[in-house]
Each structure stands twice: as C-alpha cells, then as structure tokens.
Design a protein around this ligand. Structure first.
Ligand code: HMG
Length: 377
C-alpha cells in the first residue's frame, strides 16, 4: 500500500557539542603510572583525556549540547516530539537521562522522551530511531532532539585509563540542512563480553584483546555489506571521509587495516586510505578521549565541518556487547558553515589542564560523591 504522504526530507538539521571543563595530557598519566609516555601517545594514539570536575557530569554535558543544537535550529521548540538520549552513563536505573535533560530544557507535553542503552552504540541507535520515526510518517511534521552523552572512566590503573574522556553531541533531526542520513545502513551484532559494567559497579570490566577483535570483525563485516558486489576501492574512494567510533585512535587504524586486508588491499593502499579519509576525522577525538556514545559523532561532526553540500561520508558505530552499524551521510547546504566548530574550539580554549596530583585528588573526590545520585533537575 502506498504511503499516504511522502516522508518529509529528513536528516541532521543542527549540531551542538559540549566537552568538559577539565583535561589532562596522557603523558601526565604515564608519569603517574610509571609507563612510557610513548605507550599512550604512539601505542594507543591518545593525546588528552577530558575530565569532569565534581558536580559536573553527563547531565550537564547533555543539557548544554542540546541547548547549542536547539539554538542553531530554525524550528520552533514546540515542534520537538521526540527526545532520545543515548548513553551508558545513566544516573538512574529507571528514570531516563532524557527526563533530566527535559527538566532543564523545559521540554514537556506531547514528547516521546526516553534513554537508549547499548554501550557506545546507544547514540547511533537513538539517531536511527529518530530518522526512521520521521521517515515512517509517525512523526508528522515534528522534529526530534537526539543526544549522545557519556563520561568514560575506568578504575585507576586499569589498562583503559589512558583512553578516558567525556563529551556530548546533540542533533536536531528535521530537514537535512547539515546532513542527510541514508535510510539504508549495515548493522552487525554478536553477543560477547568484551566490555561490560555489571549493575552496581562504578567501572567497566574489559577483556581488552577480545574487544579489539570484536571491533575489527564488526568493521570488516559492515564495510563488506556496504561494498556488497561493488569494487571496494571505487565504493570507498567515493567517500570524502570514513569516521569511526574512537575508543582510542590506534584502534581505528587497526580496524581500517583489517578492512583493507579483507578487500585484499596492499599495505600502501591501507596507509593511503587511512591518511586521506580517516586520520583527519580524529583531531577532536584526540583532544577529548573516548566519550563512548559521543565519540563517533564527534568524529562525524569534525568531518562534516566545512564540507560542501553533496559530499559523502561513512560512519562506523561500535558498542560493546556487541552491536555495530555502518551509516552513510551526505553533507547538506549548512555543513559548510560548520557552526558547531565554535562549540569545540570554545570548550577546548576554556578548559583547564590538570596535572597528575590534581587528577589523583579528582579520583579521590569521585569516590566520596555518591555514585548514581540524581543531579537536581
Ligand atoms: P594494554 O594491554 O595496557 O596495552 O592496554 P598493550 O600492552 O596492548 O599496548 C598497547 C599498544 O602500545 C601496543 O601497540 C603496544 O605495542 C604499544 P599494538 O601492538 O597494539 O599496535 N606500546 C608502545 N608503543 C610505543 N612505545 C612504547 C610502547 N609500549 C607499548 N613504549 C587496551 C591496551 C586497548 C587493551 C586497553 O587500553 C583497554 O583495555 N582499553 C579499553 C578497551 C577498548 O578501548 N577496546 C577497544 C574496542 S571496544 C570499544 O571500542 C568499545 C568501548 O568504547 C566501550 C563501549 O562500547 O561502551 C571501549
């Protein structure tokens, strides 16, 4: 049966980003942990970790990113009919993070408001749901506010500690002024315990080498699906950028090489693809660290910034457990304005650098702040 009305043109209408007010160079952490700094900077490809001061967390990140995205959107806030927050830093097991954000933004009424959890993949799922809600016709003329926000902290001395970070990216999903998202995407999932956080525990448990293998396998399978019967060099050559979830930049390089290997590319082909299409998307990620659900979207925001309308990029989302999905996006007329670049540059310029002693105090303070205590609305 034909759809009664054509689905409205849909995609990302505006972007807002927020990064926390503190950061520490990974060399400081290396000194504190007795590691060679090159293990973190070269071995993992990390540069700085974003950190949150006491009293500042995922709610503040999500709220400010959303305010920034809404401020850049031409629509009336009363048109927001869906608010979805993807996160694995929930402050409550029942009340969705979206309720904290809605409270602060004054969003109430005929709004479907909820939280999405699937490790680092949750933000992408929220975005896909908003897109498909609009394309299904169920949204009518209403728009969605989607937020990916997380604070990534590992236990002190955990091998994941140098990859820590935090941040939030918010989108208004409405007309594709900034980017259109293809309705066709390529998911891949397998149940695994590569990285997980049991209920009541503050920090994740990780099977490091397994997590690397799962990530690479998901990248290979989803890129295979994207290329399908085509020629890989030709299909991927048409992309201006290939963005990845960035747990740490070296992971992305390993995955790109695994994908290239699966297509029978030479070492030189892999290196050229990585240098031209992937490495330039991770400048903001290196300054911020792993922001879980937000990491991929920070890379996408950097790749989209300044892109001419019609240019294409791929976005590989990975969440432990594990679920992955490869999306393709096309830059819209307002990508060239890159308005959200001010968010990142402003936050980076304003943030304070902490040293190892201050970091140790911060980790101590975090133990005395009740985990999961809801922030006042
Ligand atoms: P590790 O075991 O301490 O490190 O932790 P390593 O010994 O494997 O060394 C890391 C790299 O540094 C190696 O390079 C070393 O050779 C190199 P590689 O051989 O792999 O290319 N190295 C040096 N390089 C230069 N100079 C030196 C030096 N020393 C060593 N002196 C691990 C590494 C990734 C396991 C750890 O950081 C970790 O557990 N991270 C967290 C898990 C993770 O990020 N996994 C990624 C995939 S899963 C994912 O992306 C999902 C996630 O975001 C969560 C979610 O979905 O919610 C994590």
């Amino acid at each position: 049966m034909a759809h009664p009305t054509a689905p409205p043109p849909t995609g990302i209408a505006s972007i807002g980003i927020h990064l926390p007010p503190l950061a520490m160079p990974v060399e400081e952490l290396a000194g504190l942990r007795g590691e060679e700094p090159a293990k973190y900077t070269v071995g993992l490809g990390c540069r700085e970790m974003s950190l949150c001061p006491p009293g500042f967390g995922v709610v503040e990140l999500a709220e400010e990113a959303a305010r920034r995205a809404l401020a850049r959107w031409d629509g009336d806030p009363s048109r927001i009919g869906l608010l979805a927050v993807g996160s694995e830093s929930a402050v409550d097991m029942s009340r969705p993070l979206s309720a904290w954000v809605a409270d602060r933004l004054g969003l109430a009424g005929a709004v479907r408001s909820y939280e999405v959890k699937h490790a680092c993949y949750g933000g992408t799922l929220a975005l896909r749901q908003a897109l498909e809600w609009r394309l299904s016709g169920a949204a009518g003329d209403r728009a969605a506010l989607v937020i990916a926000a997380d604070v990534a902290l590992y236990a002190e001395r955990d091998p994941g500690e140098p990859t820590q970070g935090a941040g939030a990216v918010a989108f208004v999903v409405d007309a594709p002024d900034v980017a259109a998202i293809s309705p066709l995407s390529h998911p891949w999932s397998e149940p695994q315990f590569d990285f997980w956080r049991p209920v009541g525990e503050a920090f994740p448990r990780v099977q490091g080498p397994l997590s690397l293998e799962c990530y690479k396998r998901a990248a290979v399978e989803t890129f295979r699906a994207l290329v399908a019967d085509g020629d890989a060099a030709e299909v991927l050559g048409r992309l201006d950028a290939a963005c990845f979830h960035v747990p740490f930049p070296k992971m992305v390089k390993k995955a790109v090489y695994a994908v290239g290997e699966a297509f029978g590319w030479s070492e030189e082909d892999n290196a050229a693809f990585y240098a031209a299409k992937v490495e330039p998307t991770m400048g903001w990620n290196r300054r911020c660290g792993n922001a879980y659900t937000a990491s991929l979207w920070i890379a996408v925001a950097e790749a989209l910034a300044g892109l001419d309308a019609g240019r294409r990029l791929a976005a590989f989302s990975y969440g432990s457990g594990f679920g992955a999905e490869l999306l393709t996006l096309t830059a819209g007329p307002r990508a060239a304005e890159a308005a959200w670049r001010d968010d990142v540059e402003g936050d980076l310029a304003r943030r304070e650098h902490v040293d190892a002693a201050a970091y140790t105090r911060l980790r101590g303070a975090e133990k005395t702040t009740a985990a999961g205590e809801p922030a006042a609305g």
